[in-house]
Design a protein around this ligand. Structure first.
Ligand code: PLP
Length: 332
C-alpha cells in the first residue's frame, strides 16, 4: 500500500491505545471487547476526523489554500476537529452548519462542539435548515470566496472522500501492527458509521493487506442497503487511490442499521444505556450521536449471541464526547 507516498501532516497522537474493556466484557459474559482509543487522538478533544484531516489538510497545503470550508450538523465533531487543524496550520476555517436535529434547546445550539468551534477561531458563516444540499452550499460559498481572490479548499462532510479515507487505511495498518505486538487475534471490528470514510478506509486497508478481519458498521443514520452501498463505493475509490487492482469482495462491507432509532442525533434508550455503562464501569465517555449508538449495537449483538465467547472484538471509539454538553437536557 505504501501510505507514505501520500502527503500527510501530523495533527494527532498516534498510535492510539488499544485496551481491553475488562469490566464491560465481564459484565456481558464475553466476548473479550477491546477498545481502540481514537477518541484520544489529541486534536482539541480528539476523534476519528483527526486521521482523515492529516491527509486532507496536506492536500490543502499542497494546493496553497488560504481558507478551509467544511460543513456538518450543529454538533459536528468533524467541524470542530477541522477548525482545530486549520488553526494549527494558520489557515482560516469557515464552516456551514446544518440544523439537522431539531427539538433541543440552548445547550444543543450553543454549547458542546459549537462553543469549541468558536473558541478555536472557526467562523460559522451559515446555519442552514435541515435537508439543505450542504455540498452545493459549500461550492456556492467557495465561488464567492474565489471572486474575492481567495483559494478555498472544500472538505466534504465528515472528511469522507478517498483522500480522507486514507486516514483509516492508516488505522487499519496501526491495528494490524498492534495485534501482532500484543499477539492478539482480532476476530471482529465494530464501530459507528455515518459519512462512511471510517469504514471505507478500514475496509480498503484490511482487504488490500488480505487481513480478512470482518468490519461491522453500526449505522447512525442511513438504512442498511444505502449505507452499505455508500461505504462500498468509497472503499472502491480508496482502493483505486491506493493502486489496488483486484475487485473488492462483496462480503467485505457489512452494516447494521437496527440501532438508528428515530434518526440522526436522536439517542435511543440503548444509546443512553451504553453511554452510562461505559461511564460507570470503565470511566470512558462515549457520545450520544455516534459512539454510544455503535456501542449500543455491539452490546445488543452480544446479548443476541452474535459473537463467540472466545472472540476478540475491537470496538473503535471514534470520539465525540465534546458533544455531551450539547445534550445536557437528555442526559440529566
Ligand atoms: C464522524 C463520526 C463518526 C462516523 O465516522 P464516518 O467516517 O463519518 O462514518 C463516528 N463517531 C464520531 C464521534 C464521529 O464524529
Amino acid at each position: 500500500m505504501h501510505l507514505a507516498r501520500f502527503p500527510r501532516i501530523a495533527l494527532g497522537h498516534f498510535p492510539t491505545p488499544l485496551e481491553p474493556l475488562e469490566n464491560i466484557s465481564r459484565l456481558l459474559g464475553g466476548p473479550q471487547i477491546w477498545i481502540k482509543r481514537d477518541d484520544a487522538t489529541g486534536l482539541a478533544t480528539g476523534g476519528n476526523k483527526t486521521r482523515k484531516l492529516e491527509f486532507l489538510l496536506a492536500q490543502a497545503l499542497a494546493q496553497q489554500a488560504d481558507v478551509i470550508i467544511t460543513q456538518g450538523a450543529t454538533q459536528s465533531n468533524h467541524v470542530r476537529q477541522t477548525i482545530a487543524a486549520a488553526a494549527k496550520l494558520g489557515i482560516r476555517a469557515k464552516v456551514l452548519l446544518e440544523q439537522r436535529v431539531t427539538g433541543f434547546g440552548d445547550d444543543y445550539q450553543h454549547s458542546g462542539n459549537v462553543l469549541l468551534d468558536k473558541l478555536l477561531g472557526g467562523e460559522i458563516v451559515a446555519h442552514l435548515p435541515a435537508g439543505t444540499d450542504m455540498q452545493q452550499a459549500m461550492e456556492n460559498y467557495a465561488a464567492t470566496l474565489r471572486e474575492q481572490g481567495h483559494r478555498p479548499y472544500i472538505i466534504p462532510g465528515g472528511g469522507s472522500n478517498p483522500v480522507g479515507a486514507l486516514g483509516y487505511v492508516a488505522c487499519a495498518e496501526e491495528l494490524l501492527y498492534q495485534s501482532s505486538q500484543l499477539r492478539l487475534r482480532i476476530d471482529h471490528i465494530v464501530h459507528a458509521t455515518g459519512s462512511t470514510g471510517t469504514q471505507a478506509g478500514l475496509v480498503a486497508g484490511l482487504t488490500a493487506t488480505h487481513s480478512a478481519i470482518p468490519v461491522l458498521g453500526i449505522s447512525v443514520r442511513a438504512p442498511q442497503a444505502r449505507q452499505e452501498e455508500n461505504v462500498r463505493n468509497l472503499a472502491i475509490q480508496t482502493r483505486e487511490l491506493l493502486g489496488v487492482k483486484e475487485e473488492l469482495p462483496h462480503t467485505a462491507v457489512a452494516v447494521n442499521s437496527d440501532y438508528v432509532g428515530d434518526g440522526y442525533g436522536l439517542p435511543t434508550p440503548g444509546t443512553l444505556e451504553a453511554l452510562t455503562l461505559l461511564a460507570r464501569h470503565e470511566g470512558i465517555l462515549l457520545d450520544p450521536v455516534y459512539s454510544a449508538k455503535g456501542m449500543a449495537g455491539l452490546i445488543d449483538l452480544i446479548r443476541q449471541g452474535h459473537f463467540r465467547k472466545d472472540d476478540n472484538v475491537v470496538f473503535i471509539h471514534t470520539g465525540g464526547a465534546a458533544g455531551l454538553f450539547g445534550y445536557r437536557e437528555v442526559l440529566e
